[in-house]
Write a protein that binds this ligand. Structure first.
Ligand code: TRP
Length: 333
């Protein structure tokens, strides 16, 4: 792998949460220093695939996800930040890629399957939603990215992208390289309810913009061990959301190990444990939220960053599309 090009993105459907932070944002920040080129996309077109009737929600969250990323440390002098819908070449590329993918394959994508079930789509799934993994392949390949730092749930998208790469190269000649999926140290952060995944639609998130009070409220209601009723009772560490979070965010690993032993033996109450987690999460989120509030005072500046990033992304896209059209033999004039 000669050039290291990183691309990642978020759907602008809401503010970002701790799951995003450990699943992909931390990797974005690390990689922007190591890569030859780094792109960050606000995937508004993808957001519309299941929000077609709610364009204002998508529009208003463009700024929110930009702020979340900037507040965490995504640096626009190192990462080209842009808006998907403003790169028409991505839509063009999607159309060409769609010829390389079957309906049966689209229906087999496990993440899409999960989302379809969750949204109750059945056969009435919007066609645009079903094909979004193909559009995501175009998101990644328009700039010839070869590293994609995203959460565990995005792995099927990368697999599908690589199948498209293989088919494209076989039919039209070597044009794209394989893409590598990079998951954060914590592949998937459990939700506050103990559900396997922190997700807006499950309403089990702690947001990077949550106030100290809201964090405290959410932690106090967090799922622990339902059989741990009295302080003296032995409690379960496994499946206990509070310990899952302490494992990820508490820098004092030795202290956490001691608490686990005490909890399993009995004699450690949930409230003590939760208070510790509240403090730990305040330390993680406070600096992010403060930077976010500062940046949010000047939304024009953020939009200017996105505008300049989008112009840069378009230059890259035009180059790739010229090459692609030549490969497909649709370069006429
Ligand atoms: N599907 C991603 C998500 O839901 C967002 C996304 C869109 C993306 N295009 C991308 C991520 C390209 C990585 C690369 O989080």
């Amino acid at each position: 792998m000669s050039q290291k090009t990183v691309l990642t993105g978020d759907r602008p459907t809401g503010r970002l949460h701790l799951g995003h932070l450990v699943g992909s944002i931390q990797n974005r920040i690390k990689l922007q220093n190591e890569a030859d080129k780094a792109f960050y996309m606000i995937a508004d077109v993808q957001a519309l695939t299941d929000n077609a009737d709610n364009p204002l929600k998508v529009r208003s969250n463009v700024l929110e996800v930009a702020l979340d990323n900037l507040a965490c440390g995504v640096d626009p002098t190192k990462t080209t930040m842009f808006i998907q819908s403003q790169i028409p070449e991505i839509a063009e590329l999607t159309i060409f890629f769609l010829n390389l993918v079957t309906l049966a394959r689209l229906k087999r994508n496990p993440t899409v399957k999960d989302e379809m079930k969750q949204k109750g789509f059945g056969e009435d799934v919007p066609a645009g939603f079903l094909i979004y993994p193909v559009s995501q392949a175009a998101d990644i390949l328009f700039c010839k990215a070869n590293i994609v730092p995203v959460g565990e749930d995005q792995k099927p998208m990368i697999e599908q992208t690589n199948e498209i790469v293989d088919d494209f190269n076989r039919i039209y000649g070597q044009t794209f390289d394989h893409v590598k999926h990079l998951v954060g140290d914590v592949g998937r952060l459990v939700g506050t309810d103990g559900n396997a995944k922190m997700s807006k639609s499950l309403n089990n998130c702690i947001y990077l913009s949550d106030s100290n009070e809201v964090i405290e409220e959410k932690v106090m209601q967090m799922y622990t061990d339902p059989t741990h009723i009295h302080v003296e009772d032995p409690g379960k560490v496994e499946g206990n959301a509070v310990f899952a979070y302490l494992d990820v965010f508490d820098p004092d690993t030795k202290g956490v190990a001691e608490l686990k032993a005490q909890y399993e033996k009995g004699g450690l109450g949930d409230v003590v444990l939760k208070k510790r987690l509240v403090g730990v999460l305040h330390d993680v989120i406070n600096p992010i939220r403060e930077r976010r509030e500062y940046l949010a005072q000047d939304p024009k500046k953020i939009m200017q960053i996105l505008k300049e990033g989008t112009e840069e992304a378009r230059r890259v896209a035009a180059k790739t599309l010229a090459e692609v059209k030549e490969a497909i033999k649709i370069h006429y004039f």
